[in-house]
Design a protein around this ligand. Sequence first.
Ligand SMILES: Nc1ncnc2c1ncn2[C@@H]1O[C@H](COP(=O)(O)OP(=O)(O)OP(=O)(O)O)[C@@H](O)[C@H]1O
Ligand SMILES: [Mg+2]
Length: 340
Amino acid sequence: MADQQPVLEIRDLSVEYRTARGVVRAVDGISFSVPKGAILGLVGESGCGKTTVARSITGVLHQSARIAGGELLLHGRDLVSGPPKAWLDARWREISFVPQSAMNSLDPVYRIGSQIEEVLVHRGGKTRAEARARASALFEMVGLNPGRLDEYPHQFSGGMRQRVAIALALALNPSLVIADEPVTALDVIVQRQILDVIRDLQQRLSLSMILVTHDISVVAYLCDQVVVMYAGRVVESGSTREVLEQPRHPYTMGLTNAFPDLESAAHELVPIDGSPPDLSQPLVGCRFQPRCPFSLPVCSSDDPRTEVAETGARFACHRHAESDLLRRHSRDIATWQRPQ
Ligand SMILES: Nc1ncnc2c1ncn2[C@@H]1O[C@H](COP(=O)(O)OP(=O)(O)OP(=O)(O)O)[C@@H](O)[C@H]1O
Ligand SMILES: [Mg+2]
């Protein structure tokens, strides 16, 4: 199914923000690939760098941010070292982005249809008539009635606006769509509908996707591959099945405990105590160590190496050889309850 060359390969990417507190290295040397025709879930707690990665790929970072190193290979060509125009040209046409809280990113004073047509005319070189026809087709594709193209964003529900954001992202037939938390602000029933729209479109259009989420149950429901981030690093990645059924990093073990299955809500939630480290400070050792119930002295002094399994799964934990044992302990709630 998957083509040899990935659609996107990220190599050793680092991104920094200049802030009043100093430089924040929000993404610190991450690598992963998006296979052709796959949905890859990028998952981790708030602040771990997911949006920064998504925006880096799209080339729409905040002005205080800079790519401090690494490569972003789109169909084998590096966007970071290539001419800026190539990156700009790739936006919408090759890589499109559904931003976090996309529902609110539509301009309230313009009709929805004209916002879609703008992209088609200005970025896609379509005539007004072609753009109108394409906007109707896109509306149908995401399950909206084209008769409502002339309405304003406030006349649409949150779920409908999210469908519009997806339609916009698909306007110019990109090969890679990056959706940042596409269902987070929606109630569970609408979440499920939007996830089904995404799955249906991805299959029909053979899209490659990066789906950013803090919700591991969304990954389980939709994604072929998963990349688990913690404090600006990738701690574990691989096929969703392998990573969720046999996590080898304690953070992933904690995440899989902390979220109920999308299908069955009957599951006790086990939160991971504590919070991620301050990324403006120098960090030594494993970044998860202060919260890890399995940490050893080496974890606070040495950075764990990233190991690669035969299956291609990657994980960075000093105790990876004992992961069967740790996994068994991780299922016990008491493991995660720290003495205060
Ligand atoms: N514009 C900015 N200026 C300074 N620091 C920033 C900026 N945007 C993000 N950061 C910092 O970069 C880190 C990663 O943020 P990012 O938004 O990428 O995380 P995230 O995983 O998407 O979180 P969330 O789940 O809350 O959306 C955080 O420490 C955040 O404070
Ligand atoms: Mg985010």
